[in-house]
Design a protein around this ligand. Structure first.
Ligand SMILES: C[S@@+](CC[C@H](N)C(=O)[O-])C[C@H]1O[C@@H](n2cnc3c(N)ncnc32)[C@H](O)[C@@H]1O
Length: 184
């Protein structure tokens, strides 16, 4: 079955492509936080490929790997609600990523406030998610954001230089912003 000419397994097929794209985007970060990391696959990919220190946080913890080291960098997967990242000090993270998880977050303002707090000034937030009205909507029928909706959320949380676009045949939102250097 296909949806507007896009095969149902589209998201499975683009997952490794997105990991590579995210890796390139965040390659200069030393410490990365993945919020809603699922089974920590992206966490492992980034640590292994870019030798980064990568922390994953997820309320579920299902499928977390047992090891904490990859041949490249270090990983840590923590079972916790990202609404309260009190185990991470202010301004200590270079990049925050949320892949396919932002739409699932209750209290998204609190999640973004925590992401902002833990990022160092100049640090980047990257949200990669399914857009409203996409194939994902047809497959899983969850409540997804529009690009405008994500832009508003990021700007309201205080992020600057916000850029939001659709990619991968318009089936993915790619949204990024930065914690301003001179905000507070
Ligand atoms: C669709 S999965 C995506 C997982 C992973 N990022 C990936 O790319 O496969 C969304 C994840 O967000 C997690 N999640 C939802 N709300 C959360 C919260 N408040 N804090 C931490 N994780 C949360 C869920 O447990 C789930 O594992």
């Amino acid at each position: 079955m296909s949806y507007r000419g896009i095969e149902e397994d589209f998201y499975d097929r683009i997952e490794p492509i997105l990991h590579r794209k995210i890796g390139r985007e965040l390659r200069l970060a030393h410490k990365v936080l993945d919020i809603g990391c699922g089974a920590c696959e992206l966490v492992e990919y980034l640590a292994h490929t870019y030798h980064q220190i990568v922390m994953g946080v997820d309320v579920s913890g299902k499928g977390f790997p047992k090891h904490r080291k990859t041949p490249g960098g270090k990983i840590r997967c923590i079972r916790k609600n990202a609404r309260k990242l009190d185990f991470i000090a202010d301004g200590t993270i270079d990049a925050v990523v949320m892949m396919w998880s932002f739409h699932e977050m209750e209290y998204p303002e609190k999640i973004l406030a925590e992401a902002y707090r833990v990022l160092r000034p100049g640090g980047e937030i990257l949200i990669v998610d399914f857009p409203r009205g996409s194939l994902a909507q047809k497959l899983w029928d969850e409540d997804y954001y529009t690009p405008v909706g994500i832009r508003r959320k990021l700007e309201s949380a205080g992020f600057g230089e916000v850029k939001v676009r659709l990619t991968a045949k318009k089936q993915i939102i790619w949204a990024k912003g930065y914690r301003p250097v001179d905000a507070d």
